[in-house]
Design a protein around this ligand. Structure first.
Ligand SMILES: Cc1cc2nc3c(=O)[nH]c(=O)nc-3n(C[C@H](O)[C@H](O)[C@H](O)COP(=O)(O)O)c2cc1C
Length: 191
């Protein structure tokens, strides 16, 4: 059975640096000799994802589905189906984007069901040392909360204008390596 990796992009803009790096990581994931890998891309900006209403007495304590009717239902099914994720966010005021945060909060309704999924993290900021680490670390805490397995390092890039990161050859290679590491971790867990 092939390994499936889902790339999740938390940038609201087109030609996003985060999207470029997540796609690169997925390309790396597909490029491991002898390993069958399927990749999928989820652009959060194209989805209708409403804010978590905090009624976790229904979903978390009550074990009932989230009552909000938007695109998140299908996304949650996909999160459960795949083996691993590449989670990419732009850095906004020293943290992840609101889009990414909104998506992450809504996973509370499947809390406990993402255990041992494998995650790789990517963050992009416009300034040098201007919060990319914090953005990545907050995603790391999200993964820890869900008891996911993580790659020990993340990809953190500095690129301000749309698409700028495409010229950073070393960063693209780092992203591809991240994608490959995620597949290798999944393969280990499956054994
Ligand atoms: C609301 C907002 C807040 C931002 N805050 C930061 C920041 O704290 N640190 C930083 O390095 N860049 C910051 N930036 C710049 C973006 O991180 C940068 O443009 C990055 O390339 C966005 O990634 P994307 O191309 O994937 O959307 C901010 C941009 C916006 C729109």
């Amino acid at each position: 059975m092939s390994t499936t990796i889902l790339g999740i992009v938390g940038s609201p803009r087109k030609n996003s640096n985060t999207e470029i790096l997540v796609k690169e990581a997925l390309g790396g994931a597909r490029n491991i000799p002898g390993v069958s890998v399927e990749t999928k891309l989820l652009l959060l900006r194209k989805k209708n994802i409403q804010l978590c209403k905090g009624c976790n007495d229904i979903c978390y304590f009550g074990d009932k589905p989230c009552p909000i009717k938007d695109d998140m239902g299908k996304i949650l099914d996909e999160l459960l189906r795949v083996d691993g994720y590449i989670l990419g966010t732009p850095t906004y005021f020293g943290g992840m984007s609101g889009l990414m945060r909104t998506f992450m909060d809504r996973t509370v309704s499947i809390f406990g069901k993402l255990k041992y999924k494998v995650a790789g993290i990517i963050s992009v900021g416009g300034g040098e040392f201007d919060g990319q680490e914090l953005a990545a670390q907050s995603i790391r805490v999200f993964c820890l909360n869900h008891s996911m397995i993580q790659n020990c390092w993340h990809v953190s890039a500095t690129a301000a204008k749309p698409g700028e990161v495409i010229r950073q050859v070393a960063k693209l290679a780092e992203a591809r390596k991240l994608g490959q590491n995620i597949v290798r971790l999944v393969e280990k867990i499956k054994k």
